[in-house]
Design a protein around this ligand. Structure first.
Ligand SMILES: [Zn+2]
Length: 79
């Protein structure tokens, strides 16, 4: 008897839903601030952080240079 008929079901459970992401001002700007943002995409979080940082903390566009943007993206937490 041959027993090579093993075609088990393939469970393709993908979590590609909209898991909310969180970004905290303190992690972005290194200031004492309790503001945090929740959004489905990193892009929205970064935009919110930039708006907030410039309006509330006096940062300028120069602050948000390439390396800084990378650091900000890395500060995003998957919740
Ligand atoms: Zn802040």
């Amino acid at each position: 008897m041959l027993e090579n008929n093993r075609s088990g079901p393939v469970a393709a459970v993908s979590a590609s839903g909209r898991a909310p992401k969180v970004l905290r001002c303190a992690d972005v700007h290194g200031v004492r601030c309790d503001t945090e943002w929740t959004a489905p995409t990193v892009r929205e979080l970064v935009a919110a952080a930039m708006d907030h940082g410039m309006a509330e903390h006096g940062f300028t566009a120069v602050y948000y240079n390439g390396p800084r943007m990378t650091a900000i993206r890395h500060a995003v937490i998957d919740s």
